[in-house]
Design a protein around this ligand. Structure first.
Ligand SMILES: [Zn+2]
Ligand SMILES: [Zn+2]
Length: 282
């Protein structure tokens, strides 16, 4: 029976990965079990669950431990940089030892909301990059209206950081190439489906197929069909479908490529991910 379930998962025509979700952010998902069931029914069999700080990091890891197909990313978002301390970094240190933690993030710079001064954001961005180097982890990067500084800081770590993902990428083709040159993957969110995102769709058309991912960034940024609603991992299919339209591929092809790319970006094995469903005895 369990073997049949895994066999069924192997045979699903659509197998998608949501490369960036916040399943444990505040109280956005009181119905998390139902949300994850819908994700699985939609073929979303891998979800990268990302912490925004120390408030949600322990639960992000707990969810990854108890739910199949979910892994954890922990770090402090640039919005939290203003209040970050050395003790916080020490707390992350003990959490990062958990085998469910596959990356450090989301970390970076946000000069749009600017909830912390730029210099403070840069300071903690570098400290957390050092942290990722020390833990031999890839990184998940948030950058908003800060691309030149984000790029120059990431260049300081060229050859030391193992790589990672530019999450919710919405830059130009030139910026895309610069991040790709540094070994990063580009992850497209539901914003790719928005009517005004013509420039981003041109980038998504030209980016190398083996370096692109799809994500929800849920509960935020729902794709066009669900604008105004809470976003959830099952909706990543709309972004994948948009990508398929842009590239003249089938949804199945985009799903397969972005699933494989997500596994590679985070150093995961397909068999190990699918085996979690077997172990969970659904
Ligand atoms: Zn972000
Ligand atoms: Zn996020």
């Amino acid at each position: 029976m369990q073997r049949e379930i895994v066999h069924k998962l192997e045979d699903m025509s659509i197998r998608l990965a949501d490369s960036h979700a916040h399943l444990d952010l505040e109280d956005h998902f009181p119905d998390q079990a139902a949300v994850l069931r819908r994700a699985r029914e939609a073929g979303v069999l891998l979800v990268i669950n990302v912490a925004t700080g120390l408030a949600d990091a322990p639960q992000v890891i707990a969810t990854a431990r108890t739910s199949p197909g979910i892994v954890a990313v922990i770090g402090v978002h640039p919005h939290g940089a203003g209040a970050m301390t050395d003790q916080d970094l020490a707390a992350l240190d003990s959490l990062a030892a958990d085998p469910k933690v596959v990356a450090i993030g989301e970390i970076g710079l946000d000069f749009y909301r600017r909830r912390a001064p730029e210099e403070i954001q840069q300071y903690w961005f570098r400290r957390q990059l050092e942290f990722a180097v020390a833990h031999k982890k890839v990184v998940v990067i948030h950058t908003r209206e800060a691309t030149p500084v984000t790029l120059s800081i990431l260049r300081e770590y060229r050859g030391r950081i193992k790589g990672g993902v530019m999450h919710c990428f919405d830059g130009s083709l030139t910026e895309a190439r610069a991040f790709l040159d540094l070994g990063f993957y580009l992850s497209f969110s539901g914003t790719l489906t928005y009517p005004k995102a013509g420039g981003l769709r041109q980038v998504a058309e030209k980016a190398p197929l083996d370096r692109i991912l799809v994500e929800t960034d849920c509960p935020y940024l729902p794709p066009q069909p669900w604008r105004g609603k809470r976003n959830e991992p099952a909706y990543v299919v709309a972004t994948a479908r948009q990508l398929a339209d842009i590239r003249g591929l089938t949804l199945e092809e985009v799903a397969t490529h972005t699933w494989d790319n997500t596994l590679t970006a985070f150093g995961l094995q397909k068999e190990a991910v699918l085996a979690q469903y077997q172990a969970a005895n659904p």
